[in-house]
Design a protein around this ligand. Structure first.
Ligand code: AQP
Length: 337
């Protein structure tokens, strides 16, 4: 009997916006780790299409990027048989709980969010209520699935704190409704910077194509982008302050090869930046090629993709449905039957 008792795995949840093709940053900072977590945790990963509406999107592009994002998750090794994979807007409970939670979120709390300040400075002509209220929707995404852990980068820490505050506040009023999630800070979570401005993070919506490596770039394009990567006027491959460009390339090389910074410095001692850039480009191209090939294979099988996201939506709606039903009952919404 004792042997038969299966230990319940912790629930982990994360999402990615379909604002473009994933970058090497999204891969090394997030998706690669998501793949590795699938055996240890009960994982839920979603394409955050509702979140991407906070910035104006071209409808045809958004639709295309959403399908591609779903296929990219699978191509990068997220297995729909092991993990729950779905598209956020296919599960209406996200928007419903997002609204309800926004009624428990204070204006002052949202005003303090640095991502809102950054994004509203970047999109001055479209500072919409969704951009402001983004953290309430993010809290809904997490709390609907009763997640124990949420893998977050430093930029999302403030939002996770707010999620925890909202869960505690709601539970304080209505009893035990939500699991209060913790952040999951991976040891392998490399932060990848722009190849053209290494003080900024690599972003898929960057208008400069040379600033980021797309997961779908061909090897020749990847090597070319690394050749053009901004570095400094020295020649030593060493990780130190003031060498943002080289530090970034070393971070990427280390994330892929597992070598330490000292080992990398020793490997390229006396060889200069040209050789180093070539080595980084080559190992990135080798890492991304199987994903690109699997992606192209999956995109030819639309029926498989549709069935996979339909099943994902069905399971997600079931799990999320239990939480939203409880929430509606607690706050006093009249049930239809
Ligand atoms: N440069 C990066 N280095 C490491 N991790 C990164 N992530 C994003 N960029 C890097 C991680 O990828 C996950 C999904 O991110 P997202 O798409 O939801 O939003 P984002 O962080 O805003 O990503 P982008 O690429 O910069 O998108 P845009 O250009 O639309 O703003 C997150 O876990 C994130 O930490």
């Amino acid at each position: 009997m004792e042997q038969q008792r299966q230990e319940k795995k912790q629930v982990i949840l994360s999402g990615i916006q379909p604002t473009g093709v994933f970058t090497l940053g999204n891969y090394l900072g997030a998706v690669r780790n998501w793949r590795a977590m699938q055996d240890e945790f009960d994982c839920a990963y979603f394409v955050a299409d509702l979140h991407s509406l906070t910035v104006r999107q071209d409808p045809a592009e958004l639709k295309k990027h959403s399908l591609e994002a779903f296929a990219l998750l699978l191509a990068a090794g997220i297995d729909p048989e092991k993990s729950l994979v779905f598209i956020q807007s296919h599960v209406p409970a996200h928007a419903e709980l997002g609204w309800i939670l926004s009624c428990y979120t204070q204006f002052g709390e949202l005003s303090r969010m640095t991502q809102f300040k950054d994004k509203s400075a970047k999109h001055k002509d479209n500072i919409n209520a969704g951009l402001f209220d983004y953290p309430s929707l993010m809290a809904a995404d997490i709390l609907l699935y009763q997640a124990d852990l949420v893998p977050v980068g430093a930029d999302q820490r403030q939002h996770l704190e707010l999620t925890r505050d909202l869960a505690i506040r709601f539970n304080g009023i209505y009893g035990d409704v939500f699991k209060v999630p913790d952040g999951y800070y991976s040891k392998n979570g490399a932060r990848v910077m722009s190849l053209q401005d290494p003080t900024k993070k690599m972003s898929k919506s960057d208008t400069n194509q040379n600033a980021f490596i797309s997961i779908l770039d061909e090897p020749a394009v990847i090597i070319n982008k690394f050749k053009r990567a901004v570095t400094d006027s020295e020649t030593e491959v060493a990780f130190r302050e003031g060498k943002d460009g080289i530090n970034n390339l070393m971070t990427i090389y280390s994330a892929i090869t597992g070598k330490t910074m000292d080992e990398i410095t020793a490997e390229f001692s006396g060889r200069g930046y040209g050789d180093f850039k070539m080595a980084v480009g080559t190992c990135v191209a080798e890492t991304l090629t199987p994903i690109r090939e699997e992606f192209s294979h999956l995109m030819k099988d639309r029926a498989y993709l549709q069935e996979a996201y339909r099943k994902g939506a069905e399971t997600a709606a079931y799990v999320a449905g239990k939480t939203i039903a409880k929430v509606k009952k607690k706050v006093g919404l009249l049930p239809v039957k």
